[in-house]
Design a protein around this ligand. Structure first.
Ligand SMILES: [Zn+2]
Ligand SMILES: [Zn+2]
Length: 158
């Protein structure tokens, strides 16, 4: 149950100085005293009232207000918790994504390694083939020279 002062429309806080009129209506002490300076009647029911007749109210505020306060805290805590849950879920999703990216990076690193090994192998092979070709060219040259000599010898002898 939430009680409010009908003069200022504000809810009573636990430490509020609340008074009751003889007609049984409750107001802030300051609110009703200011009101009674202008009008000697209750703001709620217009029953005649003077400030000396006001009675200070004593609420058992710990029992009365503790529960709504904790309920209010709980109400605040629920969206906060679900917010935290959402953040945790988003975080774990991000972590998963990051892990996948890391795996892919690792895989592509592996592939790059394999590729560079392959490229190195190919380069070596090309180099060897070049050597072989050079050898063959040298031999061809030698053969050409030999053939020339041979032909020269034949022509000379005839
Ligand atoms: Zn008030
Ligand atoms: Zn009244």
């Amino acid at each position: 149950m939430e009680l409010s002062c009908s003069v200022c429309s504000e809810l009573y806080v636990p430490e509020a100085h609340v008074v009751s009129t003889p007609c049984g209506h409750m107001f802030h002490n300051d609110c009703i005293r200011q009101w009674l300076e202008r009008s000697k009647t209750c703001p709620d029911c217009r029953a005649s009232c003077i400030s000396t007749k006001l009675i200070k109210m004593h609420f058992n505020v710990t029992a009365h207000l503790a529960r709504p306060t904790s309920q209010r805290n709980n109400a605040d805590a629920v969206p906060m918790e679900s917010l935290m849950d959402n953040i945790t879920i988003k975080l774990s999703e991000l972590e998963d994504a990051l892990r996948r990216i890391e795996q892919k990076t690792e895989q592509s690193n592996d592939k790059q390694d394999v590729l560079s090994v392959t490229v190195h192998g190919l380069v070596d092979e090309i180099r060897m083939q070049n050597t072989v070709i050079n050898d063959l060219e040298n031999k061809m040259d030698l053969c050409t020279v030999g053939l020339g000599d041979f032909l020269t010898n034949i022509l000379d002898s005839s």
